[in-house]
Design a protein. Structure first.
Length: 101
């Protein structure tokens, strides 16, 4: 399945890459070499193999819901008690983007 220069030109246009003259010929040769390296994969008979959409398969994150821990948790007043500055029940920190109120 060789790619023609028109195929490579269409791919380059889609990728917004400008290829002209010698560059187009070189890229056509390069892409045909890349495609030919993948041809041995087509030799495998794999009709019963399910496609893998994620390298880890069906692994999913196991996360618990948020739960209040009355023994270890702080009230808002306790949390803000040692803050250098606070406002509207939130910590107040210096701006890092250079914008000041």
């Amino acid at each position: 399945m060789a790619l023609s220069e028109n195929d490579v030109r269409a791919i380059a246009d889609y990728a917004r890459i400008a290829l002209e003259g010698e560059e187009l010929a070189q890229m056509t040769s390069y892409m045909n070499d890349a495609v030919s390296m993948l041809e041995p994969v087509l030799a495998y008979d794999l009709p019963d193999v399910e496609p893998t959409f994620h390298p880890i398969g069906s692994l999913s994150n196991v996360m618990r819901g948020d739960a209040e821990d009355a023994e270890r948790g702080f009230t808002i007043d306790e949390a803000l008690g040692n803050a250098a500055s606070s406002r509207d029940r939130s910590f107040r920190v210096p701006s890092i983007l250079g914008e000041e109120e």
